[in-house]
Design a protein around this ligand. Structure first.
Ligand code: UT7
Length: 328
């Protein structure tokens, strides 16, 4: 009988621009204050792309970091680059192509647009390619230069977002390790609650799409607090696991109130939860890989650990994944 391939993550890297945009900086740009932002979101500062830094260059730095940690061999033979982003350099060409050419990879490349859960969606696509035997090694990146798209006269949304990227190599791993289950979700009825307009000026139901970034914070908040625990339970059930099996809970770093509410509803010990939103703000597709790389550096990710990733965002959309870490 043919041996089943199991896919997993064998290398990670991350990068956040050097420049910081603190709550105190925002106080000088709009009618807001540090106390309001910290108490409502847990965010203290965020990294901000400098002139000349974009989703592509930030992604490239995250892959360079991966190579620094795991060696040049880690990206040798990559046959596909999946780049999830909510702030691509251009609608086309794909930002993924810019990363592929920078590293001279003989690989296909495409961008994946499903807002914040994009990196988990990307991992699930990579898993399918690797486990089917169609491809061997896939680079999955989440990268954002969202501060370039924000309107800093609108305090409603611009205070939330920051820039950064995380990258992972997905390939075959030892049996018993790697990806255990995933779930992907979408509810386009919530499209009007969060987004940034491109070519259309209305949704199919006729609802106008405003210019620039738009968000109904309360609606997104309610959705997030409901979907994060539900998606976590669903993905664990699919993996035939329980909450007790989780070693590390890596939620989308949108807002500390949302993340802790989800963890508390599930009864997850805060020690097992990664929370770095104070430093990065919401970095959309980059938020989970950035948090994962920080946890890895802090020695919180060890071979055999069961990790749960869970995310939500515009769409409305969501995704969750269970992974047993396979490297030392
Ligand atoms: O990846 C997903 C991205 N989106 C999210 O995760 C968003 C989820 N939602 C949230 O995190 C919260 O809804 C926010 C943090 C965005 C807002 O918190 P809230 O507790 O829902 O506040 P609110 O929108 O109900 O506004 C409360 C008050 C309002 O004033 P009044 O009407 O009570 O006088 C706002 O005008 O706070 C005011 N306000 C602000 N004040 C200072 C709104 N934004 C700000 C601000 N600074 N930046």
């Amino acid at each position: 009988m043919e041996k089943k391939i199991t896919a997993g993550i064998t290398a990670i890297g991350s990068y956040a621009p050097e420049k910081l945009l603190s709550n105190f900086d925002l106080e000088k740009m709009m009618d807001t204050n540090d106390e309001w932002i910290r108490s409502r979101t847990g965010i203290e500062t965020r990294h901000m792309a400098a002139d000349g830094e974009f989703a592509s260059t930030i992604a490239i730095r995250s892959v360079e970091d991966l190579v620094k940690r795991f060696g040049k061999k880690a990206i040798e033979g990559v046959d596909l680059v999946i780049l999830a982003t909510s702030s691509p350099d251009a609608l086309f060409p794909a930002t993924a192509s810019l990363v592929q050419s920078h590293f001279d990879l003989e690989a296909g490349a495409f961008d994946l647009l499903i807002a914040c859960p994009g990196w988990i969606y990307g991992l699930s696509v990579a898993q399918a390619y690797v486990e089917s035997g169609l491809l061997k090694k896939i680079l999955v990146i989440g990268t954002e230069a969202l501060t370039k798209l924000m309107d800093y006269s609108d305090r409603n949304i611009s205070i939330l977002f920051g820039d950064g990227a995380g990258a992972a190599v997905v390939e075959a791993v030892e049996a018993g390790y790697g990806f255990k289950s995933f779930i992907l979700g979408s509810d386009g009825n919530g499209a009007k609650h969060l987004g940034i307009r491109a070519a259309a000026d209305q949704f199919p139901d006729g609802t106008p799409i405003p210019d620039g970034p738009f968000m109904n914070g309360r609606e997104v908040f309610k959705f997030a607090v409901r979907i994060m625990p539900n998606a976590t339970l669903d993905v664990l059930k699919k993996a035939d696991m329980s909450l007790d099996d989780i070693d590390l809970f890596v939620p989308h770093q949108a807002n500390s109130r949302i993340v802790t509410a989800a963890a508390d509803k599930l009864g997850i010990d805060h020690e097992k939860m990664i929370l770095v939103v104070n430093e990065y703000g919401n970095t959309s597709t980059a938020s989970i890989p950035l948090a994962l790389a920080d946890a890895y550096d802090a020695g919180k990710v060890k071979k055999g650990d069961n990790l749960v990733f869970v995310s939500f965002g515009a769409g409305l959309s969501w995704a969750a994944m269970v992974l047993t870490w396979s490297t030392d």
